[in-house]
Ligand binder design. Structure first.
Ligand SMILES: [Zn+2]
Length: 386
């Protein structure tokens, strides 16, 4: 009898150790794969141009995973050493707080959540397990903590002034990287407008209104009702504009996009999206939506993941970017990778020179490459952040 109890106890302990030790890294390395493994060789002339670019990516979900972003990881897409190697000047870190189980692109309700289990397996604090606002604050604190530990290599940008100062400093220190915080889904406000200030104070300057399900603000392209802005949503847009925070329309339902564009008095961004013109999938932007957003001074981040570009190569990203450039003009497009977003990518962030090469092959001029790879975002942030 005793032997059976000891055996069962040992099996249970092994399962617990496995859950906390191996599950998170298994999920991370399994979901955040690359189509092409590094290194990513490019020739001298392209390397020269790439090293001279000011690169900004609008969307990486890296903070969801318990990797130390100051150290190079064997898996995933982004960390500080790899951002430096890819010559990234600014990375926007987006924070995910809740995703439905059995997630799909067509219709999801808000009843289940797979992030809680991941957070538990990664031993996040209790508050971050039970409350979405705390979960967002916890991830923001992690980025702040890494920035403080980095001895000046990683900086968190909160204002146009911060960015201006960073740009000056980086002229002499090419290995410095800036970061910004964005939220993926305003359900992390827990339906309380007073939580906006908590997020603002934690450093959030971009808020994606919805993620994979309809929330208190409005409808998701992957939600059940896919409706427009609610009263609470209108209140949120107004309060965000008062604080010069940026509204992100990624994942929004068509009705929500229309409602926001009808009321917004400031330019909006779409941090990561595909476009229907080259990839006719759910939530990818139509030509009309892209024109509306760009005419209002907005910025559209082109995603690198399969359902954004209907492919898995740098050429597929360049093709989408080229279509968008011809439609809305070079000034309104940017990088919106969705690195570490539990989606396969053509390359990790050190592979960005492959994209520089693909853009030139697609017919982009050197100046257009500079703008698309990051200068557009820098100008946009300097003009629109507080
Ligand atoms: Zn997303």
């Amino acid at each position: 009898m005793k032997i059976i109890i000891y055996t069962l106890l040992s099996l249970f302990l092994m399962a617990v150790v496995g859950f906390f030790t191996f599950l998170p890294s298994r999920v991370d390395s399994g979901k955040n794969r690359v189509e092409f493994r590094p290194p990513y060789p490019v020739t001298g002339e392209i390397t020269r141009l790439h090293q001279d670019l000011a690169i900004v990516d609008l969307h990486a979900d890296t903070l969801l995973w318990n990797r130390d972003i100051l150290k190079r990881s064997e898996w995933g897409h982004v960390d500080l050493p790899r951002l430096v190697e890819g010559n990234v000047l600014l990375q926007v870190f987006s924070v995910v707080t809740k995703t439905p189980r059995n997630l799909n692109l067509i219709s999801n309700d808000d009843k289940s959540d797979s992030i809680t289990l991941l957070a538990l397996a990664q031993l996040w604090p209790w508050k971050a397990l039970v409350n979405l606002n705390e979960r967002a604050l916890y991830q923001a604190n992690r980025l702040q903590h890494y920035a403080e530990k980095s001895s000046g290599s990683l900086t968190l940008i909160r204002s146009g002034k911060d960015l201006q100062h960073f740009l000056e400093q980086r002229k002499a220190h090419k290995s410095m990287v800036a970061s910004m915080l964005s939220l993926e889904g305003a359900h992390a406000l827990e339906g309380k407008i007073e939580n906006l200030d908590k997020l603002y104070n934690a450093g959030y300057r971009i808020i994606g209104l919805v993620h994979f399900f309809d929330n208190e603000v409005g409808g998701s392209a992957h939600g059940v009702d896919k409706s427009g802005l609610t009263g609470f949503g209108r209140q949120l847009i107004k309060q965000m504009e008062d604080r010069r925070m940026l509204v992100d329309l990624a994942h929004a339902s068509p009705e929500l996009i229309d409602d926001v564009m009808a009321m917004a008095t400031r330019p909006v961004i779409v941090t990561h999206t595909g476009i229907k013109g080259t990839c006719n999938k759910s939530r990818n932007l139509t030509d009309l939506q892209m024109l509306k957003i760009s005419k209002a001074g907005g910025l559209i981040g082109i995603g690198f993941y399969p359902v954004a570009i209907c492919g898995q190569s740098p050429d597929d990203i360049a093709r989408a970017a080229s279509y968008a450039k011809d439609l809305v003009g070079i000034k309104h497009i940017a990088l919106g990778s969705d690195f570490d977003g539990a989606v396969p990518q053509p390359f990790d962030v050190t592979g960005l020179p492959l994209l520089t090469k693909a853009l030139l092959a697609e017919g982009f001029s050197e100046e257009e490459v500079r703008l698309f790879m990051g200068e557009n975002v820098i100008q946009f942030l300097l003009a629109n952040l507080e």
